[in-house]
Design a protein around this ligand. Structure first.
Ligand code: HEM
Length: 398
């Protein structure tokens, strides 16, 4: 194993290649796939890096997604974290999780997502038109990658055009890294107020969207409804935006692969699967807490332990993927990856994310055949310190 943070018992976070997890994960996966480390936020935890064990961990509901009171006094820091906000079912266990997720699954099926394709195409085209009118160089994150998922969520929730500017402004505030606590609170409050007001309107006059359906169901409090709206924004926004921007950078840095993508645009679904696997943007992993002593892959994980499913490492496990999983191969035969997690919390919006990526990447490279970086690659600020990896900015021209 390399001389590194790992030898000091700290989860490795320093990358040598912008598209690959830190090199130490390869050795970890082979030699110590369930290991005790100090996590980047300073708390002790277990790091799981092999595909089979990550799947086992995420399938076992004794590993809780709750953040509060879960350690039963074993880890005071964990026990004192604030409880999940109302509606935030990503941080809940059954039966609370089941009750809320069940109300949404019908809105995220393959069929329902396909119905959104014309709206996604329109939003993408509008942004490409605006880029063409403005001319390069521009920051692709602000001009393209970020607004697309935000507007798609507006479409899905049924946020009317008149309210979209406010919605987008607040969602951008919540996602900026330099936002102050005061600004964050204000944006959250305004977002909650907007969704609560819209829900009241839709309760009276439903408009065939998710907010209308949830408001009409009578199964959610106003607070839960606002929470679900903000969760969908938070979970679906940064992830998809970073996948679009990082995929663009990755394709620009791999011209042979980009040429394959351009030559076979009807393979966009396979291309997106490979980018999801290869880039695995949830970089520090998905967390759980052991609700009792649990045996995982031959190790005993004590009650109260924090356990991290390291998706980027699992998604490069040669025991699961044929061919060389360390290389990007856009025409790779698809094998199921874990970029969207696994088990009961597996990404609710995965079909939507796939659709957004397929439409955005295909249209971007078709519209601007000469697309290229407008800054040296070493100057591009990477999101090394963020839970969702990617680029802070991507200066491009054409
Ligand atoms: C490429 C983009 C995306 C990636 C990589 C991604 C990844 C993930 C992962 C790994 C999880 C599992 C978390 C866990 O097990 O604790 C998850 C859950 C979730 N995602 Fe996504 N996601 C993406 C896009 C979206 C979109 C577009 C939406 C919706 C609009 C969305 C909504 C959700 C929700 C609501 C959950 C929680 C599900 C639950 O707890 O049952 N995601 N996502």
């Amino acid at each position: 194993m390399t001389e590194s943070q790992l030898t000091a018992g700290i989860q490795p976070v320093v990358r040598t290649c912008p598209f690959s997890p830190p090199e130490e994960y390869r050795a970890l996966r082979e030699q110590d796939p369930i290991t005790e480390v100090t996590l980047p936020d300073g708390i002790p935890g277990w790091l799981v890096t092999r595909y089979a064990e990550v799947r086992a961990l995420l399938s076992d509901t004794r590993f809780s997604s709750r953040r509060r009171g879960i350690s039963g006094g074993v880890d005071r820091a964990l026990d004192e974290l604030p409880e999940a906000a109302p509606g935030w079912f990503i941080m809940m266990d059954p039966p609370d999780h089941t009750r809320l997720r069940r109300l949404l699954t019908g809105h995220f099926t393959v069929r329902r997502t396909r119905e959104l394709a014309p709206a996604v195409e329109r939003i993408v085209t509008d942004h490409l038109d605006a880029m063409a009118a403005q001319g390069g160089p521009i920051d692709l994150v602000q001009a393209f990658a970020l607004p697309i998922p935000s507007l798609v969520i507006c479409e899905l929730l049924g946020v009317p055009y008149a309210d979209r500017e406010e919605f987008q402004h607040n969602s951008a505030t919540l996602l900026r890294i330099d936002t102050t606590v005061e600004e964050t609170r204000r944006a959250q409050r305004e977002m909650n107020e907007l969704i609560t007001r819209l829900a009241a309107e839709k309760r009276a006059r439903p408009t065939g969207d998710i907010l209308s359906a949830l408001a009409q169901s009578g199964e959610l409090t106003d607070q839960e409804l606002a929470g679900v709206g903000v969760l969908l924004l938070a979970a679906g926004h940064e992830t998809t935006a970073n996948m679009i921007a990082l995929s663009t950078l990755c394709l620009l840095r791999n011209p042979e692969q980009l040429a394959r993508f351009r030559a076979e645009p009807d393979q966009a679904d396979g291309v997106v699967e490979e980018l999801l696997r290869y880039l695995s943007v949830i970089q520090f992993g998905v967390r759980r807490t052991a609700s009792e002593d649990i045996e995982l892959g031959g190790r005993l994980i004590p009650k109260g332990s924090t356990v991290v499913a390291h998706l980027p490492a699992a998604n490069r496990d040669p025991e699961h993927f044929t061919g060389d999983p360390e290389t990007l191969d856009l025409l790779r035969l698809h094998q199921p990856h874990l970029a969207f997690g696994f088990g009961i919390h597996q990404c609710l919006g995965q079909q939507l994310a796939r659709l957004e990526m397929q439409v955005a990447l295909t249209a971007l490279f078709r519209r601007f055949p000469g697309l290229r970086l407008a800054a040296p690659v070493a100057d591009i600020p990477m999101r090394d310190e963020m839970i969702v990896y990617g680029v802070h900015e991507l200066p491009v021209t054409w």
